[in-house]
Design a binder for this molecule. Structure first.
Ligand SMILES: CC(C)(COP(=O)(O)OP(=O)(O)OC[C@H]1O[C@@H](n2cnc3c(N)ncnc32)[C@H](O)[C@@H]1OP(=O)(O)O)[C@@H](O)C(=O)NCCC(=O)NCCS
Length: 428
């Protein structure tokens, strides 16, 4: 039966169709609302508004479910690899043996970036945040691959840009760190797996042979899987909306990196560690900070807590918390900040303020502690998130173009001045 919603406005009644997704989530299709009633909808922050239909990621915030292309995040984190998950997100199916090998070898063959990128990198001062450097370098790829600007390219050519994006991101990410610490850049090594190669470019020096620790490489690969997509969040929506103007993939991903940077989104992982350090330096007074977070006159929020969609638990946070304990134990690392994090979680989860608002630790709460244990510096945490999110952004950009989505252009309710006469400056 086709469901409909009936609305009445100024003695007129109209029916709006109800769209049902494959997991039975439902939406009112308002595409004819304005032409039939003159009304638009207003929904700040899109809290109730679907911007598209998508077959990439399923997320049920009430039940704490996250699936990529139908596969549970728990299964993928346990059994898959980041490149396999990348293939899955972008192409819709898990690859067979040959498909995965071809995909890996294509990526491996494109890890090098043009030498001229080095002079762009050299222009950045050492204080430049690596996220700012990364999005600039990704955007600069349009200059090296100008054909990527053509919105009417063949699928094969688009695929070439997709492969280059996945392949070159670790190189650009690691180089943005090398700029920060004023060390010589390290070139990719094509005999290494994706995550190991990234660690090599981050930590090797021309003078020292860096041995990749498999525990570190495996933990990183898992973290990248957990970050690989998250349906229509702030940065994915940015990528889709920029792509809807037929901007190139590089330009769209660069915009996504900028959107991710903010502390309410991917930047939260850096903010969490800074907050935990602050609490530690304040005699580990966790209760004081829980109190501050509840005080509406205080702008302080518990970073790494709360989520727009998850209202019971964040399944990624559950996996990360477990991984965090395992990695720290395997590496023999003790981090006093972990104890503060656990205490904070325990107190907050029992507090009525957090219970009433369904505020739980999110993916960023424990990921920073693992990154620290892996030797990743704090201001690279959000870059790590970006590295993981690349296949998701690509899949979202590709799907939007394949669905031939119209240019993204919301409406507004104007609340400014009505028409008034221009006044000569001498009379103002
Ligand atoms: C993620 C986040 C931006 C979601 O925002 P949102 O869906 O717009 O939810 P709101 O900001 O409206 O929050 C709802 C209520 O919970 C409170 N709240 C949300 N997150 C909070 C936090 N981390 N600490 C304290 N209070 C919080 C809000 O003040 C609001 O309270 P109110 O109803 O009394 O006004 C928000 O929870 C947040 O800022 N978290 C910290 C940053 C973070 O970890 N981001 C990473 C997300 S993966």
């Amino acid at each position: 039966m086709n469901k409909k919603v009936e609305i009445s406005f100024q003695d007129e009644k109209i029916e709006l169709p109800v769209i049902t997704g494959s997991e039975n989530e439902q939406a009112v299709d308002i595409s004819k609302l304005r032409s039939q009633t003159g009304l638009i909808t207003l929904d700040r922050g899109f809290k109730n508004t679907g911007s598209t239909s998508s077959s990439i990621t399923f997320l049920d915030g009430e039940r704490g479910i996250l699936r990529y292309r139908g596969y549970s995040i728990e299964d993928l984190a346990q059994h898959s690899s980041f490149l396999e998950v990348s293939y899955l997100l972008i192409n819709g199916q898990l690859p067979n043996f040959n498909e995965l090998n071809n995909f890996k070898s294509e990526i491996t063959n494109h890890t090098l970036v043009a030498e001229d990128v080095r002079s762009i990198l050299d222009g950045f001062p050492p204080r430049a945040h690596p996220m700012g450097v990364l999005c600039s370098l990704v955007s600069s790829l349009t200059a090296f691959y100008p054909k990527s600007l053509d919105p009417n390219r063949s699928l094969q050519e688009i695929n070439g840009t997709i492969i280059r994006t996945i392949a070159k991101l670790p190189t650009l990410a690691a180089w943005s760190y090398k700029n920060r610490v004023r060390q010589p850049i390290i070139y990719p090594r094509n005999d290494l797996e994706y995550s190991s190669n990234f660690l090599h470019m981050m930590f090797a020096l021309p003078t020292i042979n860096y041995e990749v620790n498999p525990i570190v490489a495996n933990a990183l690969d898992k973290l990248l899987i957990l970050h690989a997509d998250h349906e229509q969040n702030c940065s994915a929506s940015t990528v889709r909306i920029v792509g809807s103007s037929h901007a190139s993939l590089y330009a769209s991903i660069s915009a996504g990196i900028n959107a991710l940077w903010g502390p309410l989104h991917g930047g939260a992982n850096q903010a969490v560690i800074e907050m935990l350090e602050q609490i530690r330096n304040d005699d580990g007074n966790v209760k004081k900070y829980v109190q501050k977070a509840k005080d509406k006159s205080d702008p302080f929020r518990l970073m790494g807590f709360g989520h727009r969609v998850y209202k019971s638990f964040d399944p990624r946070a559950k996996i990360i918390k477990k991984t965090c304990d395992e990695v720290l134990e395997q590496l023999g690392v003790t981090d006093p900040v972990l104890d503060i994090a656990k205490k904070l979680e325990e107190i907050a989860l029992k507090d009525q303020y957090f219970i009433d608002r369904s505020l739980y630790p999110n993916v960023d709460f424990y990921s920073g502690i693992i990154y620290r244990a892996l030797g990743i510096p704090t201001d690279m945490f959000t870059v790590m998130f970006a590295l993981g999110r690349i296949p998701g952004w690509i899949a979202q950009w590709k799907e939007s173009r394949e669905q031939n989505e119209p240019i993204g252009r919301p409406r507004q309710i104007y609340t400014g001045e009505k028409l008034r006469d221009y006044i000569n400056i001498k009379k103002r």
